[in-house]
Design a protein. Structure first.
Length: 341
C-alpha cells in the first residue's frame, strides 16, 4: 500500500527536535504494516525553499528513505477549478499533492492541513485523506493483532493526587506563570485524567460559572449567561481518539449543569494547541474573540449548548438530536465494548 505523506509531516518527522509525538507513532505503524512511504516531488521543492542550507542538506539526505513519486498526475476539470482559487505557491503544491490520491495513484494521503481536507471534501475523496490521529485509529482497528491493547480510561482524580512535575504539565507552566500555584490550590478539586504506564496522557478541568461571572479580560464582552468553562484541557495522541472521549465528558457536564454555553480560552502557538482548536471546531465551537492577561493573548472559542439540531453535520449540534429523525439502538457484545468505547 502506498501512503503519500504531506510535506509538513515529513519536515516535523525529520527535524532535530520533537514537534508532534503523534508523528513517531504514525511512522511506527507505517513500518509495522510495511506500507510504502511516498513523497511528492513538489515536497522536495518546498523543503529546498528553507533558508538554512544545512537544514535543507540534512533533510534531503533523510528524505532519500522515502519513495519519491516519479511522475505527477495530470489535472482534470475539478482540479483545474480548485487551482483557480489557489492564492499561493503553497496552495498550488497542496492541490498537486492531493491530486495524487484523487486520481488513485496512491492509496492514502496523510496531512494535518485543513485546506487540503476541505479540497478533498470538494473532490469527493475525503475518505482517502487522513489526519494523523484518524489514520492511527484506522491502523489499530484493522490490525488489532499488532497492537498491545491498553484500555485508556478517563477517570476522575483529585488535583492533589497528580504529579505536577510530570512532563505533561510542562507546556502549561510555560504558558501560565501562575500555573504551579494555581494547580496546588486546586488540590481538593476534581479533574478528569487519562494515565497509562504512569504517564498522564490527557487532562481536563471544568468550572461551572453563573450569570454573575465577570469577564473583564475577554473581548468582545460576554453577555450574561450560565456557562461551563473548559479551564484546562490537553490531550497527547496515543492512537485512540482521546480528545473525543474528553469532549463527551464536557458535553455530559454541560447537560448536567444545564448551562447555555461552553467556552475555552487557548493559546494557538503550538501544534498540540492547534490540533485541539481544530477538534473543538469540528464539534461546533466557534471563535468568539480574545482574552488578554499578563501571560499573553489567548483565543476564545464558544459552543452553544442548546443549538438547533444539524441534520447534515450532527457533530456541530451534538448532543442535540432532532425529534423528527429516526433513532436506532445498536447492540454491542460485551467482549467488543472496550475496544469500541
Amino acid at each position: 500500500m502506498r501512503i503519500l505523506i504531506d510535506t509538513n509531516i515529513i519536515i516535523h518527522r525529520e527535524a532535530n527536535r520533537v514537534f508532534n509525538e503523534d508523528i513517531g507513532l504514525l511512522f511506527n505503524w507505517l513500518d509495522k504494516l510495511k506500507f510504502d512511504k511516498c513523497v511528492h516531488p513538489l515536497s522536495i521543492e518546498e523543503i529546498s525553499g528553507y533558508r538554512d542550507e544545512e537544514v535543507v542538506k540534512t533533510m534531503k539526505i533523510k528524505i532519500a528513505n522515502y519513495n519519491l513519486l516519479k511522475t505527477e498526475s495530470a489535472d482534470d476539470q475539478l482540479i483545474t477549478q480548485i487551482r483557480q482559487s489557489d492564492k499561493s505557491r503553497n496552495d498550488f503544491i497542496d492541490t498537486s499533492i492531493l491530486n495524487e490520491v484523487y486520481n488513485n495513484r496512491v492509496d492514502y494521503l496523510i496531512t494535518e492541513d485543513r485546506g487540503i481536507h476541505r479540497k478533498a471534501n470538494f473532490l469527493g475523496c475525503a475518505e482517502k485523506v487522513f489526519k494523523i490521529d484518524a489514520f492511527l485509529e484506522k491502523c489499530i482497528a484493522e490490525n488489532p493483532e499488532l497492537k498491545n491493547y491498553q484500555v485508556l480510561a478517563v477517570k476522575k482524580e483529585y488535583f492533589g493526587n497528580l504529579n505536577i512535575d510530570d512532563t505533561f504539565f510542562d507546556s502549561f507552566k510555560q504558558d501560565y506563570a501562575e500555573f504551579g500555584n494555581w494547580f496546588n490550590k486546586k488540590a481538593d478539586n476534581i479533574s478528569y485524567v487519562c494515565i497509562t504506564d504512569g504517564d498522564v496522557k490527557a487532562f481536563l478541568y471544568l468550572k461551572q460559572e453563573n450569570i454573575d461571572e465577570i469577564y473583564n479580560d475577554i473581548a468582545p464582552a460576554f453577555p450574561q449567561k450560565k456557562r461551563l468553562k473548559i479551564g484546562t484541557f490537553k490531550v497527547t495522541s496515543t492512537g485512540y481518539k482521546l480528545g473525543e472521549r474528553f469532549l463527551k465528558v464536557i458535553f455530559d457536564n454541560a447537560l448536567q449543569y444545564d448551562v447555555e454555553e461552553i467556552y475555552v480560552t487557548i493559546f494557538n502557538k503550538r501544534d498540540e494547541q492547534l490540533r485541539l482548536i481544530y477538534l473543538l471546531e469540528d464539534w461546533g465551537f466557534k471563535h468568539w474573540g480574545t482574552k488578554t492577561t499578563n501571560n499573553g493573548i489567548e483565543q476564545v472559542y464558544v459552543r452553544q449548548c442548546k443549538p438547533t439540531p444539524n441534520l447534515q453535520q450532527p457533530k456541530l449540534s451534538f448532543p442535540a438530536v432532532s425529534k423528527n429523525t429516526t433513532k436506532w439502538i445498536v447492540p454491542i457484545y460485551p467482549e467488543y465494548h472496550t475496544e469500541l468505547f
